[in-house]
Design a protein around this ligand. Structure first.
Ligand code: SF4
Ligand code: FES
Length: 226
């Protein structure tokens, strides 16, 4: 079977594999935020950036090929990833201790893995009104990292196109497809995949907060588990 090298380890590949898919199947964790196995890849967050034969590339969209030399967990790539995550944190309001998604949040998990201990950059402290208009789903835009997972899930899995990304630069934001622009007037149902795919605490089903207690959550470490 053909293979490529991932941080010096041989990784077997199958036809159609991306670097991220093949590496994860072989047991390597490739840091990522905007990638999810159920929807198409968008390569928008760049947290999965690796170096392929010396050149930077997004592991989630770059095809794996026999003989490639892929570097992922090098000191310089780790440093770049850390800065990228620090920038994501200061662009929104990510107060982890007060968030229902704490312990289940992919942004929090990647930051911990990257060794993030402070914000580093000056916070922008945006003020974005919470949208609680939907009976079953809350939208907290201060936590949105614009990963587009809900956009793709609504389009590709639910066939609804409830979400889109609009605006420019720092004003880029998640748009909701309804006359009022509010979630409660959209076609979103709590049973939609889009209502559950958010990697952070921006889109949250209501009335299930803390159903899984702290200490038993996906990314809780040994210390938190007690
Ligand atoms: S609401 Fe969640 S899933 Fe949708 S773009 Fe924002 S962070 Fe991504
Ligand atoms: S996971 Fe690859 S760019 Fe976001």
């Amino acid at each position: 079977m053909s293979s490529f090298s991932f941080d010096g380890q041989p990784v077997p590949l199958q036809p159609g594999d991306t670097i991220l898919q093949a590496a994860q199947r072989a047991g390597h964790e490739v840091p990522h935020l905007c990638w999810h196995p159920e929807v198409s890849a968008s390569a928008s967050c760049r947290v999965c950036t690796v170096r392929v034969d010396g050149r930077p590339a997004a592991a989630c969209t770059t095809a794996a090929a026999a003989g490639q030399r892929v570097e992922c967990h090098t000191a310089d790539l780790r440093a770049q990833r850390l800065h990228l995550l620090q920038m994501l944190f200061v662009e929104g309001n990510h107060f982890c201790p007060g968030c229902e998604k704490s312990g289940h949040c992919l942004l929090q998990h990647q930051a911990e893995r990257a060794g993030m201990t402070d914000l580093h950059y000056e916070t922008l402290n945006p003020e974005r009104p919470v949208d609680a208009s939907h009976p079953d789903v809350l939208f907290e835009p201060n936590r949105c990292i614009l990963c587009q997972l809900c956009v793709r899930a609504s389009d590709e899995l639910d066939g609804k196109q409830v979400f889109a990304i609009g605006g420019h630069g720092i004003a880029t934001h998640l748009l909701i497809n309804s006359a009022s622009g509010r979630l409660g007037d959209s076609a979103l149902a709590v049973t939609d995949r889009a209502a559950h795919i958010c990697p952070v605490g921006a889109l949250l089903p209501k009335r299930v907060g803390f159903a899984v207690p702290i200490g038993q959550r996906t990314f809780d470490d040994a210390e938190t588990r007690g």
